[in-house]
Design a protein around this ligand. Structure first.
Ligand SMILES: Nc1nc2c(ncn2[C@@H]2O[C@@H]3COP(=O)(O)O[C@H]3[C@H]2O)c(=O)[nH]1
Length: 622
C-alpha cells in the first residue's frame, strides 16, 4: 500500500456536561480503508484476548487462547468471504427466530394475516376491553400466574368446578327424563344453573388464563403468554362452547334442560381435578376407588333415566314391564336399573318388541360395562395392596425355601419375626429399592430431610464438612436386627459402622456376654473404632461385642463407601482420624469385668487434659 500521510489528530469532543444532552460525535476520519480495517481487526483481536485472559483468571481451567497464523492478503479475502457468509447466516437465523417467535405468539397477533385470525384478534381485544374492569379487580387478590401442579388454591378451585360439572352431569339428564320442572321448582333450578354458569365463566376468565405452562423446558410465568397459550389451546373452544347460552332458547321453547347439554362437555376439568388430587393425596387409591364407584352409580343413573323415558314412551303403567307410576319415580327406576344392569334379574318379563330390545341391550351393556368396571376396581385395589402382596410372596417363598432345606425351627421363627417386624415398622422390605429409581437430586433432598439433622448432632462427625455428611447419607443402608442379635463381635474385622435409627444396642462382655457395659440409643454411632483404624497393627478388629436390645433399626455405612467419600474431604478425613485415635485410646478393648455403666455418647467424650505445668515437669524429668 502507498505510504499514507500522517493523519491529523481527531478533535476530541468536549466532555458532556451534567444535565445537558451529549453533543453529537464528529464524523469518522478515514485515511486508508485497508489500514483502517486492519487496525479494527487488531483491536478486535486484542479485546478478545483480554476477555479470554479475564476468563482464565476467574476459571483457571478455561482453554488458552489460540494463536492464529499470520494473515496473508489471500487469507484476508478468504476471511472476508467467511465473515460475509457468517453475517448472512446470522441474518437468516435472526429471521428464523423472529418467525418462530411470531409462531409462538410472542409477536402480536395482528401480524398474522389470515381472515380467521384477524376476526379472532378482534374478538379477543373486544373481550379484553369488556372484561378489563373485572380483570383488574381479580388482579388485586389473585397472583399474576398460577402453578397448576402445586398451588393448593387452584386445586380447591378445580374441586368447585368439578362439583359444578357433576351438578350438570347428574341433573341435566334427570331433568330431561323425569317431570322435575314445575312452576315451584323452576326458580330453584334457574338459581343453581346461573350459579354453575358463573363458576364456569370465572374459571375461563380468571383461572385458565393464568395457568403457567412448560415450553422447551422453561416454565412460562409471563401473564400475557399464559393468556395467549390458553387462547391458542383447543381447550378454549370446548370451554367457550360449554358456557354458550343456548338457555336463551327457553323463551321460545319453554324451560327444558336440553339447552344445557353443552355444559356436560367440560369433562377436561373433571380429569384435571382427578389428576391433581391424586398427586397431592397420600392414599391416592381411595380417590381412585371412589371415582370408579362414581362411574358405576352414574351408569345406573343414566339407565334409570332411560327406563323412565321408555316407560313414558310406552305409557306409564300400560304394561307389566314399564314403570307403574307408584311411589318415587326416580327411586323405582333406579331400582330397575340396578337389577337389570347388574344382571340380577327377577323383574317382570318384557312383553312388546320394544321392551325386549330395550331389556336385551340393557343386559348386553351391563355385561360389558360392569365387567370392565369390576376389572378397573380390581386393578386399583391390586395397585394399592401391591406392596403387601410383594411382602407376602417374599415371606412365603423364604419359608418354603427354609422348609426344603430343613432349616431348624428356631431360625425359621426368627426369619418370620424379621419379616413381620420389618413390614410393620417401615411398610416395605427394602427402602433403598424405592429410592434408587429417583434422580440423585431427589434422593439427596429426601435423605437430607430425614437424617441430616440427626447426623449433625453426632459427636463423631462434629467439625466435618456438611457436604461429606450428605454424601454419607446417600450411601447408608437400613437394616433391622432382632432382639439379642449380635451386630458385631469382638475380634472380627470391622467393615461397617452403624448409626442407630430406632431402638437400642448394648455393648456386652464378660462370661456368656451377660455383662452390659453400655446401652446406646437412637442417634448414637458404634463400630467406628475398627473402621477408622488402619489394619497395620490389627487396629481394624472389633474392640467389643455389640448386641441388639429389642428390635434395632440401624443405618449401615460400609468402610469402602466411607473411604471413597473421605478421598474428597481431606480435612474431614484428618478430623475423623484424630477422633479415631482418641477413641481407641479412650476405650481400647472392653475389660473382662463390669465397669460403671455410662450412657450414650458420654463414652465419646475425652478425658480432661493434663495441666500444662505438670506436662512440662514430666518432660523435663524425662
Ligand atoms: N471398646 C469399646 N467399644 C465401645 C464402647 N462403647 C461403645 N463401643 C462401640 O462398640 C464397638 C465395637 O466395634 P468397634 O471396635 O469397631 O467400635 C466399638 C465402639 O464403637 C466401650 O466402652 N468400649
Amino acid at each position: 500500500p502507498p505510504p499514507a500521510p500522517t493523519p491529523a489528530p481527531a478533535p476530541t469532543p468536549p466532555p458532556a456536561r451534567v444535565g445537558h444532552p451529549p453533543s453529537p460525535s464528529p464524523p469518522l476520519l478515514v485515511v486508508n480503508k485497508y489500514i483502517d480495517d486492519h487496525l479494527r481487526s487488531l483491536i478486535k483481536q486484542l479485546r478478545d484476548r483480554t476477555t479470554s485472559y479475564k476468563e482464565k483468571v476467574i476459571d483457571p481451567y478455561a482453554s488458552s487462547p489460540e494463536h492464529s497464523p499470520p494473515i496473508s492478503r489471500c487469507d484476508y479475502s478468504i476471511r472476508e468471504a467467511e465473515e460475509r457468509t457468517q453475517k448472512e447466516e446470522e441474518g437468516r437465523e435472526k429471521k428464523e427466530e423472529q418467525a418462530k417467535k411470531k409462531k409462538d405468539g410472542e409477536v402480536e397477533v395482528k401480524a398474522e394475516s389470515s381472515w380467521s385470525k384477524v376476526i379472532l384478534t378482534c374478538l379477543f381485544s373486544m373481550t379484553d376491553m369488556l372484561f378489563k374492569p373485572l380483570e383488574e379487580k381479580l388482579d388485586v387478590w389473585m397472583d399474576e400466574t398460577i402453578d397448576p401442579f402445586t398451588d393448593h388454591r387452584y386445586i380447591f378451585w378445580l374441586s368447585l368446578v368439578t362439583l359444578v360439572y357433576n351438578y350438570n352431569m347428574w341433573f341435566i339428564p334427570v331433568r330431561l327424563a323425569f317431570p322435575f320442572h314445575s312452576p315451584r321448582s323452576i326458580p330453584f333450578w334457574t338459581f343453581f344453573d346461573v350459579l354453575a354458569d358463573i363458576i364456569y365463566l370465572l374459571d375461563i376468565m380468571a383461572f385458565q388464563t393464568r395457568l403457567q405452562f412448560v415450553k422447551g423446558g422453561d416454565i412460562i410465568k409471563d401473564r400475557s403468554l399464559t393468556k395467549l397459550n390458553y387462547r391458542k389451546s383447543a381447550r378454549l373452544w370446548v370451554d367457550i362452547f360449554s358456557v354458550f347460552p343456548f338457555d336463551l332458547l327457553y323463551f321460545h321453547f319453554g324451560f327444558t334442560s336440553l339447552f344445557r347439554v353443552n355444559r356436560m362437555l367440560r369433562v377436561g376439568s373433571f380429569f384435571e381435578f382427578s389428576d391433581r388430587l391424586e398427586s397431592i393425596m397420600s392414599r391416592a387409591y381411595i380417590w381412585r376407588v371412589t371415582r370408579t364407584i362414581g362411574y358405576l352409580l352414574y351408569l345406573l343413573h343414566i339407565n334409570a333415566c332411560l327406563y323412565y323415558v321408555a316407560s313414558n314412551y310406552e305409557g306409564i303403567s300400560s304394561t307389566k314391564w314399564v314403570y307403574d307410576g307408584e311411589g318415587s319415580a326416580y327411586l323405582r327406576c333406579y331400582y330397575f336399573a340396578v337389577r337389570t344392569l347388574i344382571n340380577i334379574g327377577g323383574l317382570p318379563d318384557p312383553q312388546t318388541v320394544f321392551e325386549i330390545l330395550f331389556q336385551m341391550s340393557n343386559y348386553f351393556i351391563g355385561v360389558f360395562v360392569f365387567s370392565s368396571l369390576i376389572g378397573q376396581m380390581r386393578d386399583v385395589i391390586g395397585a394399592a395392596t401391591a406392596g403387601q402382596t410383594y411382602f407376602r410372596t417374599s415371606m412365603d417363598n423364604t419359608v418354603s425355601y427354609m422348609n426344603t432345606n430343613k432349616i431348624p425351627k428356631l431360625v425359621q421363627n426368627r426369619v418370620r419375626t424379621w419379616y413381620n417386624y420389618t413390614w410393620a415398622s417401615q411398610g416395605m422390605l427394602d427402602e433403598s429399592e424405592l429410592l434408587e429409581q429417583m434422580p440423585l437430586v431427589m434422593r439427596t433432598a429426601i435423605a437430607v430431610d430425614i437424617n441430616l439433622s440427626t447426623f449433625q448432632k453426632i459427636e463423631l462427625f462434629k467439625g466435618c464438612d456438611n457436604q461429606m455428611l450428605v454424601d454419607m447419607l446417600l450411601r447408608l443402608k437400613s437394616v433391622i436386627y432382632l432382639p439379642g442379635d449380635f451386630v458385631c463381635k469382638k475380634g472380627d474385622i470391622g467393615k461397617e459402622m452403624y448409626i442407630i435409627k430406632a431402638g437400642a444396642v448394648q455393648v456386652v462382655g464378660g462370661p456368656d456376654n451377660k455383662t452390659v457395659f453400655v446401652t446406646l440409643k437412637a442417634g448414637c454411632v458404634f463400630g467406628e473404632i475398627s473402621l477408622l483404624q488402619s489394619a497395620a497393627n490389627g487396629g481394624n478388629r472389633r474392640t467389643a461385642n455389640v448386641a441388639a436390645y429389642g428390635f434395632a433399626n440401624l443405618f449401615v455405612l460400609d468402610k469402602k463407601d466411607l473411604n471413597d467419600i473421605l478421598v474428597h474431604y481431606p480435612e474431614s478425613q484428618k478430623i475423623l482420624a484424630r477422633k479415631g485415635r482418641k477413641l481407641t485410646k479412650a476405650k481400647g478393648p472392653v475389660p473382662a469385668g463390669p465397669v460403671e455403666q455410662r450412657r450414650g455418647l458420654a463414652l465419646f467424650t475425652e478425658k480432661p487434659p493434663t495441666p500444662k505445668l505438670l506436662r512440662n515437669h514430666e518432660k523435663n524429668a524425662g
